[in-house]
Design a protein around this ligand. Sequence first.
Ligand code: GTP
Ligand code: SPV
Ligand code: MN
Length: 649
Amino acid sequence: MGRIETTSVPEQLPVTFLKQARLAHSTKTAVEANLASLNVIHGDMDKLAPKVRNYVEENAMICQPSAIHICDGSETENTSLLKMLEKEGVIKPLSKYENCWLAKTDPADVARVESKTFISTPKKRDTIPTPKDGVKGTLGNWMSPEKLQNSLNDRFPGCMKGRTMYVIPFSMGPVGSPLSKIGVQCTDSAYVVASMRVMTRMGQKVLDTLGNGDFINALHSVGQPLPMAKPPVNNWPCNPEKTIVAHIPENNEICSFGSGYGGNSLLGKKCFALRLGSIIARDEGWLAEHMLILGITNPQGQKKYVAAAFPSACGKTNLAMMNPSLPGWKVECVGDDIAWMRFDDEGRLRAINPEAGFFGVAPGTSDSTNPNAMKTVRSNTIFTNVAETSDGGFFWEGMENEVDPNSKITSWLGEENWKAGGKPAAHPNSRFCTPAAQCPIMDPLWEDAKGVPIDAIIFGGRRPKGVPLVYEAFNWRHGVFMGAAMRSESTAAAEHKGKVIMHDPFAMRPFFGYNFGDYLKHWLSMEQKPNRHLPKIFHVNWFRKGDDNKFMWPGFGENVRVLDWICRRVNNDDCGKDSAIGIIPKTDAINLDGLTDSVDMDAIFNLPKDFWQQEVKEIRKYFDEQVNVDLPDEIDNQLNGLRERVKKM
Ligand code: GTP
Ligand code: SPV
Ligand code: MN
């Protein structure tokens, strides 16, 4: 503790992007005055390695918080922050459980904001493909360095006035693992600190490992200096009009302003592990993907690991912790959202989960759909925008049979004595933030520094029509094409309105750190190195709907039947047959033993020719308009191949 001792500002600080902007508008004396007035209320600036200290001082100079708190990650620190948040009315305890909390946000700040998420590089084409003339690009948002500098300069100076700036050293991946990477996030939100403590490994041990090494620079502000002109809604300060989530790959820097929610504010997750992560991965020859990782063991004791990419709110968390309905099968969870994967010296693709917690969709989660998640969230969990029950519990859509019928429900919007029929009790993107270690089925190797060997990669999405339950790629290239051609119904995870089928290649559309065409080339290049055991690639769809508009497949624990077929295909079992779109299960090859729901398997695997002709056209249009000249020839060939096969259907 103590005040920052600074007699002079070095002429040559390592200059982050933001600081260039700030220093251009500030005199050295003013900077010194700011620094000298800073009040360190927790931790010791003198003990920080020079690079970390510079970053903290720089952010403090710009944002002008009233105090600095360097997080040690301890239980004591966490408890006192939670108490403070409770006192401020940001969170309240859910007394039915141990150390569980409910936060309600300003209803204007409930999800990622893709339209305000930018990547800034000197050359636009490094970040996004050039769409065809007259077409608006949808594969990410680029901003010029000059414009970003102005935007940041318009927002960050003085943005933390009256607030404490927390310094969060965090590791993505187990602390000290050669596959892990370190970041330092400065934020003026204690809710973010408590959440980052769940989602990442954070605190003193990370600083010890980092030494004076390099790290990802992550700055976050809710964008509401004190005193606020108007009091915050739900004690949740945010600044939706001015929200911006900016990435500056050249500097390994993230600057996020105006939102306290999820991927906008927990900067280790999408900003670091996916957007900047995918760039680092390309440069270093590996893959950073929006994928769950699970281990699956068949009744004979044979175990495989699988990674699966589904778009936001399309079933990753549920699959990652599934409770298999087939007797003798076991699923174990390595991660539910992000996979960092690289080929090892033996040519096997190995994956780690860079996260330490789950930021999972609450609605739909129940003892019947995801009992392992329900067990995980009963302690040490922060819930956001769910409903509460009068007996101190949580509630959301899907839990109707699991609450005391005598208890009263208060909706996330504060509607007391809430009853089904009107607005939902919980926001559709309400979430639990819970430690992975508490999940009863964590894989024994989930924190293994080497990562787990991946046998199969699965793509999937919400496809109400035409797309079968499962099919397999003919080979790696075809699999990469399948990832590129992914489409899915939009969900509440971002600001999209209505249920439209959107292209979401690799489930990464909101998370690409660089030009999607180059990303495809990177994926294709995986095949070009010798002696690699390339995982087989599959596509699944749990969400096909019948004429009655109901899901045709029961999903959840029953999905093990599909994983069973996938595992057999990985073993080269002769249980598949060629179709126009890929390899599909032979008749009766999906084990339906004990399935109580009646499922029309013919309908679920039916491939309507007109649908697929339309699909080919739509993919063609998307590639032409959006990826344009950056589309690799191989992907073009793959689409032509599909078109020809569909013609012959
Ligand atoms: P993000 O955290 O946003 O990346 O989402 P996610 O991909 O982890 O999705 P999640 O597993 O949280 O599921 C989102 C919603 O889909 C929840 O409401 C689930 O109940 C529902 N869901 C998941 N799996 C299935 C399934 O097999 N069938 C059906 N019908 N719904 C499912
Ligand atoms: C997603 O949207 O894919 C999420 C939630 O996992 S968030 O952390 O908000 O990005
Ligand atoms: Mn996600």
